[in-house]
Design a protein around this ligand. Structure first.
Ligand SMILES: Nc1nc2c(c(=O)[nH]1)N[C@H]1C(S)=C(S)[C@@H](COP(=O)(O)O)O[C@H]1N2
Ligand SMILES: [Mo]
Length: 331
């Protein structure tokens, strides 16, 4: 009980003072816990990591006020990846295929004005300005693991809210079964749109129950600030139990459909990238194993040390979505 109170009592302060105040507050929370003797090692490290995540703020983006997420599984105890690693080692093919390319090239992305259209099989199709979209629900901080199909993973304090908050607003029709995510494809501001690696726009899809799952995050920021361009500004998806490519960046349209949407990587190589793409250590990529991963900034550049977990460790939260399915066939 005490631990719950302590956690819930951890509220982010407003804007300009975030860094020093949170570092201080994180420490104070820890001290209080130690003093009462109620601090499990886990709780102490949770507070510590909150402080760490905030201390890593770069101070370049605009601060976003957040509340701590109450969604089960939304805060992992893993050590938060350094901001500098999470923002310089990226996949964002619109800006090049090298991991260092997006951080170098994405400054040309134009994020204002920005609108996101939500339509298809819904009663109330709508078009949101970014500002309206950001205000639709309270911005939460969630610390998620994200695992790339290529074998690296990161732990990022994302800022956003459950995608379901948006999807409910448009009132999906009974025949809507899937949600398609369509991203920006502007050759004027995205130098590699038009390259033959992928079909543009980069598109993704989820089954409706996956899209509505509270862990599926519509993200506007990370590390307490607006997203840097290379991480998918101004708005992206984060689906923590699936391989990273499902987490589409620069969203412009969300469409409800009755058929499984075509997805960019599945179109590029259907035998390598299935529709579900749940993180699964037992299903190898045709060209490499998926049983281990390398945590960026932690395990050394060439070491692959960590065992990959089923559903990226989110099995307690999402396992039941796939009850009775053959996950080797539906990879
Ligand atoms: N529009 C778009 N979204 C994308 C990609 C992309 O190339 N274009 N790459 C995906 C892949 S493969 C991964 S692993 C994650 C990486 O997110 P990060 O750079 O924020 O870590 O973004 C995903 N979203
Ligand atoms: Mo990826």
């Amino acid at each position: 009980m005490l631990i719950k109170t302590q956690r819930d009592g951890f509220i982010h302060p407003a804007s300009s003072e975030i860094t020093p105040q949170l570092v201080y507050q994180g420490r104070r929370e820890m001290m209080k816990l130690m003093a009462t003797g109620a601090a499990g090692a886990a709780m102490a490290s949770w507070a510590g990591r909150q402080a760490l995540a905030q201390a890593a703020r770069p101070g370049k983006g605009t601060a976003i006020n957040t509340v701590k997420s109450a969604v089960p599984g939304a805060i992992t105890m893993d050590k938060v990846t350094e901001y500098k690693d999470a923002s310089t080692y990226n996949n964002f093919y619109e800006f090049g295929t090298d991991k260092a390319d997006p951080a170098k090239n994405a400054h040309t992305l134009k994020t204002t004005p920005w609108t996101v259209e939500v339509d298809g099989l819904v009663k109330k199709p709508a078009k949101y300005t970014l500002e309206d979209l950001m205000k639709l629900s309270a911005q939460e901080e969630r610390i998620y693991r994200l695992r790339c199909v290529e074998g690296w993973s990161m732990v990022v304090p994302w800022v956003g809210y459950s995608l379901s908050k948006l999807l409910e607003k448009v009132e999906p029709l009974p025949n809507a079964k899937y949600v398609e995510f369509i991203t920006q494809a502007d050759p004027k501001t995205m130098p590699f749109v038009g390259s033959r690696v992928l079909d543009w726009p980069y598109a993704e899809g989820l089954r409706i129950d996956e899209a509505m799952h509270p862990l599926t995050l519509l993200a506007f920021g990370m590390y307490g600030e607006t997203l840097p361009n290379q991480n998918g500004a101004p708005v992206r998806l984060v689906v923590p139990w699936k391989y990273g490519f499902k987490s589409a960046k620069t969203l412009v349209r969300i469409r409800f459909t009755d058929k499984e949407p075509k997805t960019a990587w599945n179109k590029a190589a259907a035998n390598e990238y299935g529709f579900y793409s749940n993180v699964n250590p037992d299903v190898d990529h045709p060209r490499w194993s998926q049983s281990t991963e390398r945590r960026i900034g932690e395990d050394g550049l060439f070491a692959k040390k960590r065992k990959t977990l089923m559903f990226n460790g989110y099995e307690p939260q999402v396992g039941q979505l796939y009850a009775g399915m053959d996950l080797k066939k539906n990879f």
